[in-house]
Design a protein around this ligand. Structure first.
Ligand code: BV8
Ligand code: ZN
Length: 237
């Protein structure tokens, strides 16, 4: 830890696992979303075209759970890290907005945000002009849908390039609560590693990145992050 100082650049790369202790389901855990539903039916453009009501009701129920959830100690500890290390940011795959609710800033959302809507046709931010069979429509006639990245859809313009550049220049990358299986996001920890960053993986399970990380913390995000913050704080004092 003592090779770092307050000017160190830190990236907190996170996935669904960091929200698990807030009561929000992950995707690939045994009780996760994909154990109950087919991702291609619920998180793909074809799935939405085939059955928009099914997809919209799934996102509505997820949004309800998320609104009732609270950030936990792990999310709040990242805010403490960002105060101690001003050059640090969150790059998340999560769409739940919990990082921002915990005061993390800046937060880059690679896969969008479940609380925003956009038009499936013209891409305009959601401004419902008409409702038909419970489906809101844009002034262009297109259907409104969650502003999240589905399988086969590209990430927000320029964001993965900016994130890869940042991961390639950081001093430390935390990879927290992600199965490291979804691309291009999953490139980030490997990009940091290849450019000499110190990499820390916090996960309750092994991932394709585990064999490469400098430090593996096999614990929950809510337990591990406060302990790691104490160690970094002590090393700086
Ligand atoms: C794209 C919607 C191209 C948002 C999701 C073959 C090879 C390589 C790539 C591909 C390929 N075939 C297809 C692809 C591309 C595809 C992909 O990667 N597929 C995979 C299956 C191989 N990627 C895409 O389609 C992406 N787009 O490539 O576009 C393109 C380019 C130009 C122009 C047009 C198109 C889009 C990917 C985004 C897909 N969207 N969902 C939503 O509703 O949320 S998928 C879903 O997976 C979410 O987005 C999520 O963010 C993402 C990653 O999941 P994780 O966050 O890692 O969650 P997971 O459940 O998997 O893991 C949780 C982890 O936490 C576990 O390890 C667990 O052990 C741990 N954990 C649990 N509890 C805790 C914990 N850890 C700590 N503490 C705890 N308490
Ligand atoms: Zn439109």
């Amino acid at each position: 830890m003592d090779r770092f100082n307050r000017d160190s650049h830190i990236v907190f790369f996170t996935g669904a696992g960091i929200s698990a202790e807030s009561g929000i389901s992950t995707f690939r855990d045994p009780d996760g979303h994909w154990s109950k539903y087919d991702p291609m039916k619920l998180a793909s453009p074809k799935g939405f075209r085939d059955d928009p009501e099914l997809v919209l009701s799934w996102y509505a129920s997820r949004r309800k759970t998320i609104i009732e959830a609270e950030p936990h100690a792990g999310h709040y500890t990242i805010t403490q890290f960002q105060k101690l290390f001003p050059n640090s940011l969150v790059i998340t795959q999560n769409v739940d907005g919990l990082h921002a609710r915990a005061g993390n800033d800046p937060v880059w959302e690679l896969h969008g945000n479940i609380h925003r809507e956009k038009c499936n046709t013209c891409g305009q931010e959601g401004n419902s002009q008409a409702v038909e069979d419970g489906i809101h429509h844009c002034r262009c006639g297109g259907m409104l849908r969650p502003d999240v990245v589905w399988f086969g859809e590209s990430l927000p313009f320029g964001l993965i390039e900016k994130s890869l550049a940042t991961a390639g220049e950081c001093d430390i990358l935390f990879s927290i609560g992600t199965s490291t299986q979804i691309y291009p996001a999953a490139h980030l920890p490997f990009q940091a590693l290849e450019h000499g960053a110190y990499t820390i993986e916090i996960n309750i399970d092994k991932t394709p990145f585990s064999a490469h990380a400098d430090l593996i913390v096999e614990d929950t995000a809510g337990n591990a992050l406060p302990k790691l913050f104490e160690e970094f704080y002590a090393a700086l004092s």
